[in-house]
Design a protein around this ligand. Structure first.
Ligand code: ADP
Ligand code: MG
Ligand code: ZN
Length: 651
């Protein structure tokens, strides 16, 4: 690094200039001798016209300085001789006895000059190399700069974001308020001996505003905000990650009070000893350095580290120990009220048409994160601008919701009649299955317009936010998922690949019911398998299974049984209501999209499937003699029911 500094200073350039001057000087100062014929030169010596003679033996050359300038050649001449005449020449000069004498010289190569001859090209090359290096690293990370955190990796800014820009995350804001106060006035806390957390971990799904919150703390406290992403640490040069961490902390400490924000900390903070290779890999060194730096904070270090992750479960426990990220704040997808306030925040500066109600929009968007909602309003504004309208209408907002959920509508893609017919029945099958189930959320929309990667989709949304799901609701979801495939089977006797995504989703739900939710009698209320996602790069290489082959077979059997049951139920529903299905498909082909009002009319006469018998968690348990307490309709899921989006049939 020091060498680099040295190169950048003025010294190398001064040296280079001196060298050039010296070389030029010695070149021009060499007296100019005019070459003459050997005979002519010899004659000059014999005629006694020579003041000084110098024999350069190595080059067999004689330099003469004449007493009087020669009319033709001037005062200085030189000539070459061949060896046999060397002696003759010496005799002649001795005889002539020039006034200034006779110098016999065996040439010593001029060491300074020859040194320059070697050094000069080297210096030039070095200068050239350096020039290119700096040019190259200007835009990207150059070889000379690795290890040094550069502006593009660590960004420092002074955010203007305020807590009021973060909506629907009141608990997180409250927790972070204390951090802000500490940064503003640490003495208040130090006076009472309070230990402020060195690190705050924000965890939650992507798009819930973690980055926004961290920036808001800096914005509120008016301190610089240093941010880097965990994946930036993981670099191709070994040892770079660790030195980046060192650098980051150094910079922040110099500018304290400050906030350091490490996004995606799971990229470096994974459980140590996990993954391939084991031992001291790059990531581990980076993590260790991070821990060292955090421990190096003393009470007076007015720097707070905020990190964000959506995988808190895979973080190294060392990171979560007291004195490190001991303050952990969950940031979740907002509830309905939260969504409404987020929409209000982002609707600022966007003119809404009369009658647009953000509360209604919030109701329509369960499971949407802050980022999704910001996106919805932006998409709506874009659509509005595209049509040269000046106000954002409900239609624009609805289209924007669809876009955010399933991608933009694809008008360019023309489905052939066969595909349209199949899609109409497939989506009709889903919608009808949902309509005939007693615990399913209402169908709000069905469309056969291709959107994103889906050929069509059916939107089944809860009326309110749900935080838990009942077994019957899950079974209904399975039946709903099977509805599309079963319609194809019943109507065309020939299923398509279009149900692939449905099958995948259904299998996922069924497997969780068996291994996580304890919803089958055969397996019972046991949790099977390590935490999800931990499988390969996680703690153990053995995959996510911590149970025997026999049990594994039983699990597979139960999963299959659940799917089969759902398949049967869907079959039953669609067969009993085949007329409704035909009508629904017909209307879909004609209108392409049906909203909840139209759907309610079509489904008016649907025969609902009978209630399932009481589920017994063990066959020996007696059926209770009292009826269940009726649950109020629509309020409950940890998985928000996703709209059905299926992938295209493989081409
Ligand atoms: P995360 O870091 O959790 O993935 P971000 O903070 O990057 O999410 O959120 C992306 C964008 O979504 C923000 O810039 C903001 O526009 C919007 N957003 C997310 N959550 C909220 C919120 N609670 N209030 C207002 N806007 C939000
Ligand atoms: Mg983020
Ligand atoms: Zn489907």
């Amino acid at each position: 690094m020091d060498f680099k500094k040295f190169l950048r200073g003025p010294i190398p350039w001064i040296v280079l200039a001196l060298v050039i001057v010296a070389v030029a000087f010695s070149f021009f100062m060499t007296p100019q001798f005019r070459p003459v014929q050997t005979d002519v030169g010899m004659q000059m010596i014999e005629d006694g016209r020579v003041e000084q003679a110098r024999i350069v033996d190595g080059e067999q050359r004689v330099d003469l300085i004449l007493t009087e300038p020669d009319a033709e050649f001037g005062k200085q001449v030189q000539f070459y001789y061949v060896e046999p005449r060397g002696e003759e020449l010496v005799d002649a000069i001795t005889a002539a006895d020039p006034a200034e004498g006779f110098i016999d010289e065996v040439p010593q190569s001029n060491w300074l000059l020859s040194l320059m001859g070697i050094l000069l090209p080297v210096l030039l090359l070095a200068a050239l190399f350096y020039f290119f290096m700096t040019r190259l690293s200007g835009g990207n990370r150059g070889v000379m700069q690795f290890g040094k955190s550069k502006a593009q990796l660590i960004t420092k800014d002074m955010p203007q974001v305020k807590f009021s820009d973060v909506a629907g995350a009141d608990e997180a804001v409250e927790e972070l308020g204390e951090i802000k106060e500490f940064l503003q006035d640490p003495s208040k806390f130090q006076a009472v001996g309070a230990r402020i957390p060195k690190g705050v971990l924000l965890y939650g799904p992507p798009g819930t505003g973690k980055t926004l919150l961290a920036r808001a703390v800096a914005g509120e406290a008016g301190v610089p905000f240093y941010s880097i992403s965990g994946s930036d640490f993981v670099e191709m040069f070994v040892g770079v990650g660790a030195s980046r961490v060192r650098d980051l902390f150094e910079q922040a400490k110099q500018n304290a009070p400050a906030i350091i924000f490490v996004d995606e900390i799971d990229a470096v903070g994974r459980h140590r000893g996990a993954g391939l290779g084991g031992g001291h890999d790059e990531r581990e060194q980076t993590l260790n350095q991070l821990l060292v730096e955090m421990d190096g904070f003393d009470v007076k270090t007015n720097v707070i580290l905020i990190a964000a992750t959506n995988r808190p479960d895979i973080l190294d426990p060392a990171l979560l120990r007291p004195g490190r990220f001991d303050r952990q704040i969950g940031v979740d997808a907002p509830d309905m009220k939260g969504r409404q306030t987020i929409l209000t925040v982002h609707a600022k500066g966007k003119p809404m048409a009369e009658g647009v109600d953000l509360e209604v929009l919030a109701r329509k968007t369960p499971g949407f994160t802050g980022a999704d909602l910001a996106n919805v309003l932006n998409e709506a504004a874009l659509l509005t601008a595209r049509t040269n309208a000046t106000q954002i209408t409900d239609e624009a907002l609805d289209e924007a919701v669809d876009r955010v959920m399933a991608g933009p509508q694809r008008r360019t893609r023309v489905m052939n009649d066969k595909e349209r017919l199949i899609t109409a029945y497939h989506e009709g099958g889903h919608a009808l299955a949902a309509a005939a189930m007693r615990h399913s959320d209402p169908v709000t929309k069905v469309t056969i317009l291709p959107r994103g990667r889906a050929l069509g989709y059916t939107m089944v949304l809860p009326v309110n936010d749900k935080y838990s799901v009942t077994r019957n609701e899950l079974l209904d979801q399975l039946t709903y998922a099977m509805g599309g495939r079963v319609a194809e089977e019943i109507v065309f006797h020939d299923p398509t690949t279009g149900a692939g995504n449905d099958i995948e989703k259904a299998t996922g739900i069924a497997r969780k019911m068996v291994t996580e939710y304890g919803m089958t009698a055969a397996i019972g209320a046991v949790k099977l398998g390590a935490a999800q996602g931990e499988a390969f790069f996680g703690r153990d290489m053995g995959g996510g299974r911590d149970y025997s082959d026999t049990l594994s077979e039983a699990v597979d059997r139960e999963v299959r049984a659940l799917i089969e049951q759902a398949h049967t139920e869907a079959w039953q529903v669609l067969n009993t209501n085949r007329d409704v299905l035909d009508r629904l498909a017909g209307e879909l082909l004609e209108k392409e999209t049906l909203d909840h009002v139209r759907l309610a009319a079509i489904f008016a006469e649907v025969e609902k499937l009978p209630e399932r018998p009481q589920w017994l968690s063990h066959p020996d348990r007696p059926v209770s003699d009292r009826p269940p307490i009726e649950l109020p309709v629509s309020q409950h899921v940890d998985e928000v029911v996703e709209p059905d989006v299926e992938t295209e049939p493989a081409s």
